[in-house]
Design a protein around this ligand. Structure first.
Ligand SMILES: [Fe+2]
Length: 307
């Protein structure tokens, strides 16, 4: 099984329809996909990964191998409730906390900020395309995630999955779905580990070529789409040949955003069957979707059933 690849350079020409259909299918059937030709500066992506790796080598690696996690693996104690990872989290929007990360270099701060500014454009574009594919207003997801604020929350989980001497005993990150909205992942181009659950099997997500961005959808997109775009279970397997870099940026609802399924995607409800039959009598040989829409309007108090 090959994970879907969405070529963003095809969105402006003759292939737009096919590309949108491919994106819709990826969201419905996979819950994840790769984006190529995303217009993010690949040199900037390379620089960011290098700086993260330097930060890991200088500030995180030693403490990780002395941590309780490493000791438990060494002693072969219970490892079912630990993850073989070391992480830190940066908020970018609504306010940035990047300067509060201990010992982070000015160059890494600046590079991260530049990368996020470009990545955010991709996140917004994806939120528009998903909204369009769901039959919603282009800015529906963005507005739903913005709550009373000025835009969605944006944060990045930076993770290293250190080289692991006993990968058979532990997970890099245990099985889970993501809580938030749209997740955009810049991952290691050499060391694999990410796996998604598809049709009863774990599918390995290979290291990307040319810094393609890996995207998956979280629980809030599932709720908002009324279950059409399901968040999918995934995990990280550790590796004994090298350490893996993962820079996962979340395009999420802000904390006070009120999340519901989009009303347009819901079935009509609380109607009298007799009213439905009356409408059915005059629309039986037409599409059922407009009939459902008509029932929704009626149950909302707009008694506009055709006579
Ligand atoms: Fe995740």
């Amino acid at each position: 099984m090959e994970i879907p690849v969405i070529d963003f350079s095809n969105l402006n020409g003759d292939k737009r329809g096919d590309t949108m259909a491919l994106l819709h299918e990826a969201c419905e059937k996979w819950g994840c996909f790769m984006v190529e030709n995303h217009e993010i500066d690949t040199q900037l992506m390379e620089k960011l990964k290098q700086l993260i790796n330097t930060y890991y080598e200088e500030d995180l690696k030693e403490s990780f191998y002395q941590s309780e996690i490493a000791k438990r693996l060494e002693k072969q104690q219970n490892t079912s409730d630990i993850d073989w990872e070391i992480t830190f989290f940066i908020w970018h929007r609504p306010t940035s906390n990047i300067n509060e990360i201990p010992n982070i270099s000015r160059e890494l701060c600046q590079t991260m900020d530049e990368y996020i500014a470009q990545l955010l454009k991709l996140g917004e574009k994806l939120s528009e395309l998903m909204s369009e594919n769901l039959g919603l207003e282009k800015d529906y997801i963005k507005k739903a995630f913005s709550g009373s604020g000025e835009g969605p929350a944006v944060g990045t989980k930076v993770a290293k999955y250190p080289q692991c001497p006993r990968p058979e005993l532990v997970r890099g990150l245990r099985e889970h779905t993501d809580a938030g909205g749209i997740i955009l992942l810049l991952q290691d181009d050499k060391v694999p580990g990410l796996e998604f659950f598809k049709d009863g099997k774990w599918v390995e997500i290979p290291p990307p070529k040319n810094n393609a961005v890996f995207v998956n959808t979280g629980d809030q997109v599932e709720v908002l789409s009324n279950g059409l775009y399901k968040s999918v279970l995934h995990r990280v397997m550790p590796d004994n040949s090298g350490s893996r870099t993962s820079i996962a940026t979340f395009y999420n609802p802000i904390g006070d955003a009120i999340i519901s399924p989009a009303p347009k995607l819901l079935y009509p409800s609380n109607f009298r069957y007799g009213d439905y039959l009356k409408l059915y009598g005059s629309t039986k040989f037409g599409e059922k979707a407009p009939r459902f829409e008509c029932m929704k309007n009626m149950t909302n108090g707009h008694k506009n059933i055709p006579a």
